[in-house]
Design a protein. Structure first.
Length: 354
């Protein structure tokens, strides 16, 4: 068990540095220190520690609103989801974490297998479609993100857009693409491809793409930035990075998203999700935060501010996005993406990762 745990940790880290995550806390007015153990316990009951693999700039306003409405303090440690999962495993029962908020469900699947997550109430699980929640009920998605081909609108004509990821292997794209193979979302895409077509054919695709000499980026943001600035013609990424960079650079940012919508791995819709730690002493408050993230105002926040897909009925995606029902994602069970070991091994064997 211990060997498997360490192996899984190494897989999750796969190139991520070991710097410890830094704790971020929303500034609060000074409060007098608790004067006795009962008072200290009461203060602790109004406090949650979150290990968060999401972008701080995107998420902080929403968490601050929860703090204000509930009169609680959130201590948030931001870092990559894989790094935080490794930290959690190292800390064991001494970990202060109450909630794990992951960028995608692969990390939650890992923690689920390691027995770190508590079952969530049925009332919460039922708010989310089965596709975006754990079969065991230990985590659920709170927002969706689609895999897309982000392309430069000045160098790529509409008729040149690939029908699927296999069409990207054409010589037309040699030296003109990018990718982020160290990123967990790319590895989840490879895991979905393995589930779809097996390791042998997935290896053929990876080697075919590598033969095009794509520029390797450490994560999705610099990849999309390079597309918009014309350094490359395009790359596979998550859909929402485009909107963040357009907001920063203006409408002259020459990039757009191409959705494959063909039911294959290239049209994977993954989810950012949350789980409550089994060891947390604040289960009720932690579940309140999960419920808050699934509330209509929060889902509208994800739709309008972070340009992600809402996961509950009754809230529409931003007008800049297609309807999630139109994306035609593959039948891959997101729960199965919790083990990225085969995908990472495949990428290493293909010479893509060290």
């Amino acid at each position: 068990m211990r060997v498997r745990t360490l192996l899984a940790m190494a897989v999750l880290l796969c190139g991520v540095g070991c710097e410890q995550p830094k704790e971020k806390e929303t500034p609060k007015d000074e409060k007098p220190a608790a004067t006795n153990s009962a008072e200290a316990g009461d203060e602790k009951a109004k406090e949650l520690t979150i290990y968060c693999g999401r972008n701080e700039e995107m998420l902080k306003p929403l968490l601050e609103k929860f703090e204000k409405e509930k009169g609680v303090t959130l201590k948030v440690q931001y870092a990559k989801s894989a790094q935080l999962a490794a930290t959690l495993m190292e800390e064991g029962e001494a970990s202060p974490a109450d909630i794990f908020f992951a960028q995608d469900v692969s990390t939650l699947g890992f923690l689920e297998k390691e027995g770190k997550l508590a079952p969530l109430p049925k009332a919460l699980l039922d708010k989310v479609p089965e596709t975006y929640r754990s079969k065991t009920g230990s985590w659920l998605g709170v927002s969706g993100r689609a895999r897309v081909f982000t392309f430069n609108t000045k160098s790529v004509k509409p008729e040149e857009l690939p029908a699927d990821v296999d069409a990207l292997l054409d010589a037309r794209w040699k030296g003109k693409l990018g990718w982020a193979p160290e990123n967990a979302s790319f590895q989840s895409f490879i895991a979905a491809m393995i589930a779809e077509r097996g390791e042998e054919k997935t290896t053929e695709w990876v080697k075919g793409y590598a033969a095009l000499e794509p520029v390797a980026y450490p994560k999705n943001t610099p990849l999309v930035d390079a597309v918009g600035k014309g350094a490359i013609d395009g790359g596979l990424t998550n859909h929402y990075y485009l909107f963040r960079l357009k907001a920063e650079n203006g409408d002259d940012f020459a990039a757009s998203n191409h959705y494959f919508k063909n039911g294959k791995a290239g049209s994977l819709v993954n989810a950012a999700g949350v789980g409550v730690l089994k060891k947390s002493a604040n289960q009720e408050l932690a579940q309140e935060l999960v419920a808050y993230l699934l509330s209509e105002p929060s889902q509208k926040y994800f739709a309008e501010e972070t340009h992600e897909f809402p996961v509950i009925d009754g809230v529409d995606a931003s007008g800049k996005l297609p309807k999630i029902s139109e994306l035609n994602p593959p039948k891959t069970e997101l729960s199965s993406l919790g083990d990225l070991a085969p995908a990472v091994k495949l990428l290493r064997d293909a010479g893509v990762l060290k």
